[in-house]
Design a protein around this ligand. Structure first.
Ligand SMILES: Nc1nc2c(ncn2[C@@H]2O[C@H](COP(=O)(O)OP(=O)(O)OP(=O)(O)O)[C@@H](O)[C@H]2O)c(=O)[nH]1
Length: 430
């Protein structure tokens, strides 16, 4: 951290590299960068700017003139920390930190800091630690080592720097291995809990969405729970599950998960696979969008990309929830709310006023009815009651007799599966 100036006074820069096809709109990208900075409670944002660049400079990111200009901004703002909303290579980071006399974090580094600040469960903490270490592992710079600096930066192949990097890498690998072992223990315990929960058999409806889209607010509204809702990115990190009663009396489990974001560090996506299991195994996915946000379309793309990276089964039915319609002009809100009547799979809601939530719940009920899954059940003779139930529900595709009972292929809706499991827990061995 910067010695002279406070490392909690942050200056946010969004580099807009012209040759980069300006993937995100610069002004709202900068706003997101600032919102990310605010997601770390101890930080104070001392200033923020979009910096337009014709091209990226490999060693310093910015050109010489720009670097001096920015140095002036940082001094005026008394900022000791620079947050660059983009990718900064380790070499660029080192050079800029030296040039400006500040500490620097790039987008991935910042997101990792936020996640590490938010992680509450043991599993979450371990996952973030692993993600941070894997990231650090990719950023070991040869000339950055203490040993090499002492020797005046001898950079020959096989020299002391090389050995130091290798040693650092080995140390990180050891730590990663150790964390992996701890994590697998925690996951095993959670698996047991999950099995226990599976005995309360309800279909799972998972909420996903860009950070700040309103997932937790919607979750609270629908479940009557009080989950940490704040106008702060990534308020929710560990998944939360609650029971919701549908209008027809059936019950579902709704799960609220971490928000997604553009350029979510791949290490994080990978490490969160385990906690996002509920999403991977959901019967219905609700994709919650902040439809009032100017970059709503880009956010949607980022969410769908992340779901793909997570290998979410594309057959799981998804409902698109266009949230925050209360922030739109009334005629726009009405239009969005009516879209589903034209057969569009979108539902306008306001998690704050409650608009559109009944229609959404009806739609969830419909979707759960309409989707079916195949499963093979092995029942023994004592499960005659279960076998007749399956016949009555008309879900049997094929039945084969075995020495001890039946092997039955069924195709049923999540709700039927849930009812069966509740009524015949001893027969349900998927
Ligand atoms: N006006 C309006 N504000 C909303 C609505 N839904 C949520 N919000 C606000 O949007 C902000 C973010 O809401 P959250 O529910 O925390 O969003 P989230 O998607 O869970 O966010 P992450 O935890 O970052 O993933 C809060 O200030 C909410 O009060 C809505 O329908 N209308």
């Amino acid at each position: 951290m910067g010695e002279e100036r406070s490392a909690t006074r942050a200056y946010v820069l969004h580099p807009e590299i012209k040759s980069d096809n300006a993937r995100r709109h610069a002004k709202s990208a900068l706003e997101e960068g600032v919102a990310l900075a605010h997601a770390l409670p101890e930080l104070e944002v001392a200033g923020s700017q979009v910096v337009s660049l014709p091209k990226m400079h490999p060693g310093m990111l910015f050109g010489k003139g720009k670097i001096q200009e920015i140095k002036g901004w940082l001094e005026d703002a008394e900022a000791g920390l620079v947050l660059i909303d983009g990718h900064v290579s380790p070499v660029q980071q080192r050079n800029l930190e030296k040039e400006w006399g500040v500490k620097l974090l790039d987008r991935t580094g910042l997101i990792l800091e936020i996640f590490s600040d938010r992680a509450r469960t043991r599993e979450g903490v371990l996952q973030v630690e692993m993600a941070a270490l894997s990231y650090q592992r990719t950023r070991l710079v040869r000339a950055w080592t203490h040993l090499e600096r002492q020797r005046g930066g001898l950079g020959f192949v096989g020299g002391p720097g090389e050995t130091q990097v290798e040693a650092d890498r080995r140390a990180i690998d050891l730590q990663l291995n150790n964390l992996k072992k701890q994590l697998s223990k925690v996951v095993k315990t959670r698996e047991l809990h999950r099995k226990a929960r599976a005995k309360v058999p309800f279909p799972i409806v998972a909420l996903v969405g860009y950070t700040n889209a309103g997932k937790s607010t919607l979750f609270n509204r629908l479940t009557g729970a009080s989950v940490f809702v704040e106008d702060m990115l990534f308020a929710t990190l560990d998944p939360t599950m609650r029971k919701v009663d549908l209008p027809n009396g059936d019950a579902i489990i709704m799960s609220d998960t971490v928000g997604f974001i553009s350029d979510l560090p791949t290490q994080l996506v990978a490490s969160f696979r385990a906690t996002l299991e509920e999403v991977l195994e959901a019967d219905v996915i609700l994709h919650v969008r902040d439809i009032s946000h100017p970059q709503s379309a880009d956010q949607k793309k980022a969410v769908l990309d992340t779901l793909r990276q997570l290998d979410v089964n594309p057959d799981v039915p998804m409902i698109e929830v266009l949230n925050k319609i209360d922030l739109l002009a009334p005629e726009d809100a009405d239009y969005l709310q009516a879209l589903h009547k034209d057969g569009e799979n979108v539902f306008g809601t306001s998690a704050v006023t409650g608009q559109g939530l009944d229609t959404l719940l009806d739609q969830i009920t419909e979707k759960l009815k309409g989707t079916t899954r195949a499963l093979t059940l092995t029942l023994d003779w004592s499960h005659g009651g279960a076998q007749s139930w399956l016949q009555r529900e008309n879900v049997i595709e094929t039945t084969a007799q075995t020495d001890t009972g039946w092997t039955i292929d069924v195709r049923w809706s999540p709700m039927q599966a849930a009812k069966f499991e509740k009524q015949f827990p001893e027969a349900f061995a998927p």
